[in-house]
Design a protein around this ligand. Sequence first.
Ligand code: SF4
Ligand code: SF4
Ligand code: SF4
Length: 167
Amino acid sequence: MSAAPDRSRRALVFGRQQAEPPLRPPWALTESDFLDRCTGCGACIDRCPEQVLARGTAGYPVFDPKLGECTFCGDCEQACVPRALDRDAVASPWNHLAQVGDACLPRHGVVCSSCRDACPERAIAFPLTTALPTPVIDAALCTGCGACVGVCPVDAITLHRADRETA
Ligand code: SF4
Ligand code: SF4
Ligand code: SF4
């Protein structure tokens, strides 16, 4: 069963965020379809054992990597009754990728490798090309899990979402 979408609520979010859609929970439909289906019930947020989902604009759920790592357990997707999250409809949980910004400490001569230590995929390398190596993220290995985001002492890592093919 799916509740009728609230068109004004949807328009508010979609109008504001066309340029940079927020990070939705894993297996979210494309942003427009997601906003059509999601009723803002919060079941995915309540079900997440890692507590990395939160309410965003107009009550729609977002993934906040500063809260921790998504383990891709799938509990949120299973909890979504209106199927705004639907692993049968999308090929992969998402295509978020981590990106290191200019605040990164080694770029300023300070030793740090917290992100590498936190990454479950070993996607962060520190190539020995300079006296103080800086992190490089392997896009082929990064799952966008967010484990590296919250551990960075200077908030240098962000996740970016690109458009994704449906299954
Ligand atoms: S897949 Fe699991 S850990 Fe990731 S957001 Fe959903 S419920 Fe939380
Ligand atoms: S944790 Fe942050 S500051 Fe430290 S190396 Fe990684 S990106 Fe740079
Ligand atoms: S988002 Fe996850 S997989 Fe990607 S670099 Fe960060 S910790 Fe590693």
